[in-house]
Design a protein around this ligand. Structure first.
Ligand code: F6R
Length: 608
């Protein structure tokens, strides 16, 4: 996690760096800092807490002179979120300032080695060893010092380097952490994410692991960790700065919830041509497909819950065994994966460390890798054999919404696509399912419009400490995501249970007034859900039920009801998550939480 930025040009660096950090704050918000270089050397300011504290300290950047510099927003790993541990870190002699995203695994040994040479450390971070090494190795040749330094490092890093003796020059180095160079006119940038730079340029160079970028105002040079220069393509992005701004909404999360019909439209519309699903970016031949006897889906957090939806839908339509496994578990469980396995990797950011590790593990065992990713050019997109992008646009709120629903839309589309290619769907059924998929944008819009009173329900339920979600089958997959949304942004304790499991233990926790959110949209199991609802009602629970539009039976048992529009039952997960996202949003609002930046979290989890 953590976000880093760098700038060199003729303008004052600090306001540009500060603005970039604000765009990256979703990556971490424990502390922030900026170092800039001017005639009198490196000047630096840091502040614990959110970026607004740093902003106030440096008067929007105006108080820090210099035309080149580096900045950082931190999600603490080594050392508490204090001013001392905030980045940038300075070398003992003040010759170098450095920012870092990632973890230096061999920092303890390096620290001892440096202490033995008389170096003193001011922070508890793993990062500080890097800046001290740079100063030790620097003898007037910056490139040589950087190469020697990165040669000593084990672990993951995106580094930003500023040297007091090299005016107008900033260096960035990447190993297993995202880092992108922004190419401008008379000025150049680097950052953890394009959103930090898109106000200034639309031209980007995506660095690979082991690459180092040497930036001056007029030149970008990329070289490998052996010092050899490499030619890199420049990618031009198509979205602009407005896509990464709130556009009149109080929070990015609400804006992103409302953007879902369009995000889903952008994801599916170009892939349905004349009634056929066309996945140009999935190059599986019929011969390849015949070889596949198992599909594994792996991801973390909400992306895993989108994968859980995929498990139900793909297995049902394709009649191939499908497993969904958390990436953090899969990577260490010696999985039964081989060249007959199709591994579907799901990730909004494309940078999640556990997901990347699970993917590499399965790739080494011969699996074919299909990635469903939102961020173009991200690590997962580049490592995969095939990529289906979810065209959700930039997602800024830490809690995912449009990232998740576009993943679910792709899962549904992929299931129908594979089933057709496997000969499991006749013409009529295929046409019907494709038509349902084409309705997804309006389906999701209707799920938003059908529920104007979610805020009222949030006012009723927000002051409870424990809320349970129950459901069966695909409703259960949606329960897991609904529960995660609620807990991560409102800090209420909430759990999702497969409704049939309640009686095996959890029902002991049901007591007078305990809210239970019961998802009963899957009509084939509606009667079973009604029985579960009765069981919790009999023990005093207040039930907020989510059911299909037109269902009247539910009023006999539920205290409150949310309706979702009808679609093919296998695709219910899409409309039913919408009211749950809104419920989580309004509960968090009632509780006065920092909705876009929940405590302890970061958007892109690039550490294990
Ligand atoms: C929850 C959330 C996280 C992510 C998870 C995976 O709202 O956003 O659970 O889904 O960290 O992230 P990606 O999709 O970037 O791999």
């Amino acid at each position: 996690m953590c976000g880093i930025v760098g700038f060199t040009g003729s303008q004052q660096a600090a306001p540009i760096l500060l603005d970039g950090l604000k765009k990256l704050e979703y990556r971490g918000y424990d502390s922030a800092g900026i170092a800039a270089l001017c005639d009198s050397g490196i000047h630096m300011e840091k502040a614990s807490g959110k970026i607004k504290n740093l902003d106030a300290k440096i008067d929007g950047g105006k108080a820090l002179e210099g035309n080149c510099g580096i900045g950082h927003t931190r999600w603490a790993t080594h050392g508490a979120p204090t001013d001392e541990n905030a980045h940038p870190h300075l070398s003992n002699g003040g010759d170098f300032a450095l920012v870092h995203n990632g973890i230096i695994e061999n920092y303890a040994a390096l620290r001892e080695e440096l202490i033995a040479k008389g170096v003193t450390f001011k922070s508890e971070t793993d990062t500080e060893v890097v800046v001290q090494l740079l100063e030790q190795y620097y003898d007037g040749d910056l490139k040589a010092a950087v190469l020697k330094t990165v040669g000593r490092l084990e672990g993951a890093y995106a580094l930003g380097i500023l040297c007091a003796h090299e005016p107008g020059r900033v260096i960035a180095a990447r190993q297993a952490a995202p880092l992108i160079v922004g190419v401008g006119v008379g000025e150049n940038y680097f950052g953890s994410d394009v959103t930090a730079m898109v106000a200034h340029t639309k031209n980007f160079i995506y660095l690979e692991d082991g690459e180092i970028a040497d930036l001056t105002p007029d030149k970008v040079t990329i070289y490998t960790d052996l010092g050899e220069e490499v030619e890199k393509p420049i990618t031009r992005i198509t979205w602009d700065v407005a896509a990464a701004e709130k556009g009149g909404y109080d929070h990015f999360m609400l804006k992103e919830i409302m953007e879902q019909p369009n995000a889903i439209k952008s994801t599916i519309e170009p892939r349905i041509q004349n009634g056929e699903i066309v996945l140009d970016d999935f190059h599986l031949t019929d011969e390849d497909l015949k070889q596949i006897n198992k599909i594994m889906i792996t991801a973390c957090g909400s992306a895993f819950y989108a994968g859980s939806v995929g498990k139900y839908v793909i297995e049902r339509l394709c009649r191939i065994p499908v497993e969904a496994d958390l990436a953090s578990e899969l990577r260490y469980r010696d999985p039964l994966v081989d060249e007959h396995t199709l591994l579907v990797v799901v990730s909004q950011s494309g940078e999640t460390a556990d997901t990347i590790a699970a993917m590499k593990e399965c790739k080494a065992r011969g699996a074919r890798i299909l990635a469903i990713v939102n961020v173009v050019g991200s690590t997962i997109a580049r490592l995969a054999d095939d990529v289906i992008y979810t065209w959700a646009g930039p997602e800024i709120a830490v809690a995912t919404t449009k990232g998740y629903t576009t993943q679910v839309a792709v899962m549904d589309m992929l299931a129908v696509y594979l089933a057709r290619r496997l000969g499991r769907l006749d013409d009529a059924e295929y046409a019907r399912l494709v038509d349902e998929i084409q309705q997804f944008p309006s389906l999701v819009q209707r799920a938003i419009d059908l529920n104007p009173n979610i805020q009222g329900l949030a006012k009723k339920y927000y002051n409870h400490n424990n809320i349970f979600f129950i459901g069966r089958n695909l409703d259960y997959a949606a329960c897991m995501e609904g529960s995660l949304k609620l807990k991560e942004i409102s800090y209420l304790h909430s759990e999702a249970y497969a409704a049939g499991e309640l009686k095996h233990g959890t029902i002991a926790l049901i007591e007078e007034d305990r809210p239970v959110i019961a998802l009963a949209c899957y009509e084939a199991l509606f009667d079973k859900m009604m029985s579960n609802i009765k069981e919790v009602k009999a023990r005093g629970a207040q039930v907020l039920a989510v059911v299909l539009e037109g269902n009247r039976q539910i009023f006999a048992e539920a205290d409150d009801v949310i309706f979702i529009p009808k679609t093919e039952p296998m695709f219910n997960s899409l409309p039913e998550i919408i009211p749950l996202q809104l419920f989580a949003y309004y509960v968090a609002r009632e509780n006065g939480c920092d909705i876009d930046k929940p405590k302890n979290l970061a958007k892109s989890v690039t550490v294990e």
